[in-house]
Design a protein. Structure first.
Length: 269
């Protein structure tokens, strides 16, 4: 089967994948004085600033809300960047695809490895800053490890799916970018659903709509399988069930797209 062989060939050169991903990160900041440290600085300043501001606006304790935002944004950045950058991954590597006989999965895996590296760096940065605000991890924090595994699995699948769709329908990239911008506000990343639900206690209709959006928003469950083990004693069964189901579904769908497009990809670019 073409798709399985392609992925197997790409995985044989994991060192090359890591090297390419790290080099791409370094090249993005090659003209700055402190280089790739801007990844950490920009994330910490943005997430901490938003956390402090919203803690003041909502009246929630800062030692709770700032870590909530830090871990939420670390998870969201991976999800958002993986989906949006997946739309351009084949176009960005068009010369290499046309000139070299490389497995198609190489470009997808490099992208996933790159965003995975950023995610781990931002997650560790979030933990350091959150500790300054009084956050302390519990034993449930170990569940972050399977969560990261699901992130990688889902990242591979969704990158292939959106990359395939964008090749066939170039306008899909703009649609995906718009959806992701909107999804940020519909996902409890910088706000807390429990706080909002208290305000809507006397408005059952609005509360029902908000609860529905939060409960069945797939991004919510991916964020929570990372943040809840670190802060709230572990993610719910529903969070894990939806995250696992979506990760496996996206991986299978990505393999189907690879099977359909792999040999003809160069002709579509």
């Amino acid at each position: 089967m073409y798709a399985i062989n392609d992925v197997a060939l790409a995985l044989k050169s994991t060192q090359s994948l890591g090297y390419i991903a790290v080099k791409k990160l370094q090249l993005e900041y090659r003209r700055s004085i402190i280089g790739s440290l801007w990844i950490v600085i920009a994330f910490v300043i943005t997430a901490t600033g938003i956390g402090v501001l919203l803690a003041e606006l909502t009246g929630r304790p800062m030692e709770l809300h700032v870590p909530h935002v830090l871990f939420g944004m670390a998870a969201w950045n991976y999800v958002s960047n993986t989906v949006t950058s997946g739309c351009t991954v084949f176009f960005a590597h068009r010369p290499m695809i046309l000139q070299l006989s490389l497995p198609r999965s190489t470009f997808i895996l490099t992208q996933v490895f790159r965003h995975g590296t950023l995610f781990l760096v931002q997650l560790m940065s979030a933990a350091v800053v959150a500790a300054l605000f009084g956050w302390r991890p519990g034993v449930e924090a170990v569940y972050v490890i399977p969560a990261i595994t699901l992130f990688v699995l889902a990242g591979f699948g969704v990158t292939f799916v959106v990359a395939f769709l964008t090749i066939r329908l170039p306008d899909i990239g703009e649609v995906v970018a718009s959806v992701m911008r909107l999804a940020f506000f519909f996902t409890p990343i910088i706000w807390v659903f429990e706080t909002r639900s208290t305000q809507l206690a006397n408005q059952p209709d609005n509360f029902g709509l908000l609860a529905f959006l939060v409960q069945w928003n797939p991004f919510t469950h991916f964020v929570e399988i990372v943040r809840s083990p670190l802060m709230y004693g572990g993610a719910s069964t529903l969070n894990w069930a939806i995250a696992v189901g979506l990760s496996l579904g996206l991986f299978v769908l990505g393999m189907i797209c690879l099977q359909m497009s792999g040999r003809r990809l160069a002709y579509w670019l």
